[in-house]
Write a protein that binds this ligand. Structure first.
Ligand code: SF4
Length: 246
């Protein structure tokens, strides 16, 4: 049956997308989900991603763990491009928690007011900077629990920081990875937690560190939301989507 996808962000359930029938009736039946790709298919998918891009990198500009943490926190419901435009000047003068506190909330707002939800984000960045100074000696802690205890830092932000700065195989699931995982069979799951587990459980160990960036870049540039570029896709013959474009 042909499906369309509706993107939802419910803070309570963390469900990003529910499969809906083509005429728009909410369904969410499990039988519509594609199967999980098997081990050999997963190895082949990531082997191809690796050959095409041996060292994939995230696109959020940063100079240290603190600026990465702030950039990721600012990127919620914003584009990396928009965040980079704002943070270039910001990080030139405030690349540590101490300097961020010296800049202050109003000063920070002047730099980030082009980014959505900037008032709330500014409040959180100032509060987390204070906690880093008070409780962590001005350093960014590198456990998921400690990161998630900071204001405005959820599991996804923590996983991005753990993956990008400490190169841990932490799998942050954003809207791109959620879509790609479900469409292709790389990591099917009904909510972000299920997709995160599917990536962790099914990605061969030697591909775990870069899996996050390969999947995000694949979703951002090839397997895009509305009209995926299937004719250019490296994994077209393995992908299980029933809605490939010619
Ligand atoms: S074949 Fe199309 S739907 Fe499948 S992964 Fe590639 S771009 Fe996405």
């Amino acid at each position: 049956m042909k499906l369309i996808y509706r993107v939802l962000t419910c803070p309570a359930t963390r469900i990003l997308r529910i499969p809906t029938l083509a005429h728009g009736t909410l369904s969410g039946h499990r039988e519509h989900m594609v199967r999980q790709l098997n081990y050999h298919e997963m190895r082949e998918v990531f082997t191809r991603f690796q050959e095409a891009s041996p060292a994939p990198e995230g696109e959020l500009e940063h100079t240290n763990a603190f600026t990465l943490l702030v950039a990721v926190a600012l990127s919620a419901q914003a584009t990396d491009l928009g965040v980079n435009k704002a943070t270039r000047a910001l990080f030139a003068i405030a690349d540590t928690p101490q300097k961020m506190l010296a800049l202050g909330e109003e000063g920070l707002i002047q730099h980030i007011k082009t980014i959505g939800l900037y008032r709330n984000k500014a409040k959180n960045v100032i509060r987390l900077s204070q906690i880093l100074v008070d409780d962590y000696g001005g350093e960014v802690p590198n456990s998921r629990a400690a990161l998630q205890s900071l204001p405005g830092v959820g599991r996804k932000t923590a996983n991005v920081v753990l993956n990008m700065w400490w190169h841990l195989p932490a799998q942050a699931v954003d809207t791109h990875i959620f879509r790609v995982g479900n469409r292709t069979g790389i990591a099917p799951g009904r909510d972000v937690d299920a997709v995160e587990r599917a990536v962790e459980d099914n990605t061969p160990a030697d591909f775990q560190t870069h899996a996050h960036h390969w999947l995000i870049l694949h979703g951002r540039y090839t397997c895009v939301a509305r009209k995926p570029r299937c004719s250019l896709c490296l994994i077209r013959d393995i992908c299980l989507s029933e809605d490939k474009t010619p």
